[in-house]
Structures are given as C-alpha cells and as structure tokens.
Design a protein around this ligand. Structure first.
Ligand code: SF4
Length: 381
C-alpha cells in the first residue's frame, strides 16, 4: 500500500494549486514531488529496502535521470515494479534561447500544459539559476510583465525543484557549484509550503545538497510568511523588493502592498535572523522620475540605517506595456553614489539577457491567462 500523502502532487497544507497538474486522479505516486523520507515510505510500501530510496533520489535529483529503466544500480525486477507503481513528472523544455551576453532563457511546459520560464545567468559572478515559483504572479508590480499576467496557479514543490534538476542536466552543471535565486515568475512566499518543500528537496544530501548560502529568496514583504521563514531550520538568503521610499509610491508600484507600511516592513527585516556576516539584500528598481530622486536616496539610506543590508539597484528593463522609463546612466550613478555616501553598501545590477526578454521583470509567457485578482489571492496571507 502506498502511503496516501505520497500520492499527492501537491504539498500538504497548500490547497490553491490542487487539481491543475497532470496525474490528478492518477493513483501512482509522483516521485518528483517527494522528500527523501517520503520516498523511503513509498519504497518500503513496495516491499523494498529503504536504502533504495537514496539510490532513486540520487538518480533523479543529482543525475537528472527520470526513467526508471536508466537507474542501473536497481534490480531489473524492482525497476519494473517502479514503472508499474510510480511516476516521475518533469517540466519539459519547450524552447531555449541564448542571449548575446551568455544568459539563457528556458521555457518549460508543465504537466497541465501551462508554461513557465527559468533563466541561467553564467556570471553574476557565480553560475546562477533564476527559478519560478508560480505561473504568473498575483503581486501585480507595475513595472513587471509577469505581474500583468495575474496568477494562474502556484507551482508544486516538484515543479520548482524540477526546474533546477532539468537546468543542471541541460547545462551539464550537475557536478558544478551554482546558485539559485527565487526571482523568476511569482512571489515565493505566496506559495510558501511548496517553495520550502522544494528547498528541502534541493538541500537533501542525497540530491544536489544545496546550502542556504547558495539560495536567495526574493519577496515583496509578506510579513506573516517572513515570520514563518525566520523560524525555519534552513533559511535561504533574503532579498526584499523595496522599490520605493514612501508608502504612497510603494503602494502605487506594488498594489498588493497597500495594507503594509514601509516602517513595518523594515521592522520585520530588523527582526529577521541573520547569520554571522550575512545581510539582507534590498532590491530597488529605478524608475525615471518616480523613485530616483536625491530625496529618495537620502530617505532610503535613512530607512536602512543600522540594518545589515545591501542595496541592489536595478535600472528598469523597459518593455512594451510597462508605463515607466529607465533613468539615464548618470542618474543611476548619482543615486548609487548618494546611497554610498549615506553609508549603504550598494551595487548596480547589470542587466542580463535583455535581447531575449530574460531580464528582471521581463518574464512572461504568451497567452498566459489573467489569473485571480490580487485582493482575492492575498486574503488570508
Ligand atoms: S516583480 Fe516579482 S513579485 Fe512583482 S509582479 Fe513581478 S514576479 Fe511578481
């Protein structure tokens, strides 16, 4: 008998996405959705020894092997049994585009036919995978194409971890150190359970053994979820999308933040647990004439004073449909210097993959349905 929880494609506690992925109604457990202990329960329910779960986990997550037939250290009869009783769902690479700067954008098709994008950035300075956590996004940031899609659905843990597994395999980086940023499509903390389960799966020693230092989670600042995150045993680096220095401007740029005061967000950041030498990254999209004045720079330095923080300035990646402009390089430089004079560690992010629409805020899948409205999905966060 396969344990009931192992049959679900959706992590326990997350009901939003249920019913949208391939295999619903299919009684076969999807091994790509399971943490090591859950996989061990499935393997023992099939009458095999628990150590076979480690072998399967290694094949799947470290070697990217998704066919039971290729798991050659398992007996032939057990592989046949697995074929009959289990399944492995994998995001399929539908297209792969290369930018002139080396960035690559992958379009994945999921089991239910929906599509998401992930990006490989070869030198930031480390190798970095930028991964999605939702199809679309409910936050509707005014400068982001993904936000214009609305939320179609959450990704499952297996779909989040699956992007990493497939990227590592396609790029032949399975034996190389790389970083992961949860900055693709979606707000990771809005899909909390699946995101954290995916991180546990990626951190498992039998798999890719990712350490928290190599993962950065970006959020617009969902306070209850940030408080939950601060209690986790495995806490990734935190990046907070700030983008404004007054509540009025922030509420305009991130409509779903209307219930949140900047002062409360900064207080939550001050409480967030940081290990020795760690800092919170504050992301700040620079929009010409909106949030790039010298008064903004002064206010930003004041807001972050005393915090272990660094600011990442992102001059807007302009795109059709985005009603803002990119400031001049001189203005970006002035803003950065002003912050530095205010004692803030600051960097200006070089835009990567703009020619293939892989840069920050440019991820959008064609024909994506307009999903649930932000107030609907944010209720109860
Ligand atoms: S910037 Fe991030 S949080 Fe905002 S709409 Fe885009 S994907 Fe969502």
């Amino acid at each position: 008998m396969i344990p009931r929880e192992a049959r679900s494609h959706q992590p326990p506690g997350d009901h939003t996405a249920r019913g949208t992925v391939r295999g619903v109604g299919d009684e076969k457990p999807d091994l790509a959705e399971l943490e090591p202990a859950e996989l061990a329960a499935v393997v023992t329910a099939l009458g095999a020894k628990p150590f076979h779960a480690k072998q399967i986990y290694r094949w799947l997550h470290r070697r990217g092997r998704e066919q039971f037939g290729g798991m050659t250290d398992l007996s032939r009869s057990f592989r046949t049994r697995l074929e009959e009783a289990c399944t492995i769902t994998t995001p399929a690479v539908t297209s792969r585009e290369r930018s002139s700067d080396g960035t690559q954008k992958f379009l994945f098709t999921l089991g239910d036919g929906r599509t998401i994008e992930s990006v490989f950035i070869p030198d930031t300075p480390a190798l970095t995978f930028c991964v999605s956590t939702q199809v679309g996004c409910a936050m509707r940031c005014g400068f982001c194409l993904t936000g214009q899609m609305g939320l179609a659905r959450h990704l499952t843990a297996g779909e989040i971890a699956g992007q990493v597994r497939v990227l590592a395999r396609e790029l032949e980086l399975q034996d190389t150190r790389f970083n992961i940023v949860l900055m693709g499509m979606g707000e990771p903390l809005h899909n909390y359970d699946a995101t954290m389960k995916a991180l546990r799966m990626l951190a498992a020693p039998e798999g890719l053994a990712l350490t928290p230092k190599r993962v950065t989670l970006s959020t617009v600042g969902l306070l209850p979820a940030m408080a939950r995150l601060s209690e986790e045993p495995w806490i990734p680096n935190l990046a907070v999308s700030l983008h404004a220095t007054t509540d009025r401007v922030r509420h305009e740029l991130i409509p779903t933040s209307r219930h949140l005061r900047l002062s409360d967000l900064i207080t939550a950041c001050r409480r967030f647990p940081l290990k020795h030498r760690d800092r919170i990254t504050f992301e700040y999209v620079l929009l010409d004439g909106v949030n790039d004045t010298s008064a903004d720079a002064t206010r930003l330095a004041g807001l972050l004073r005393g915090l272990r923080a660094k600011v990442n300035l992102l001059p807007l990646n302009e795109a059709p449909g985005i009603p803002f402009s990119r400031p001049s390089d001189q203005q970006v430089d002035r803003f950065a210097r002003s912050l530095a004079r205010g004692g803030i560690t600051v960097s200006v992010r070089k835009s990567r993959g703009r020619d293939i629409r892989a840069a920050c805020g440019q991820l959008i899948v064609d024909g994506g349905p307009r999903g649930a409205s932000a107030p609907d999905v944010l209720r109860g966060l």
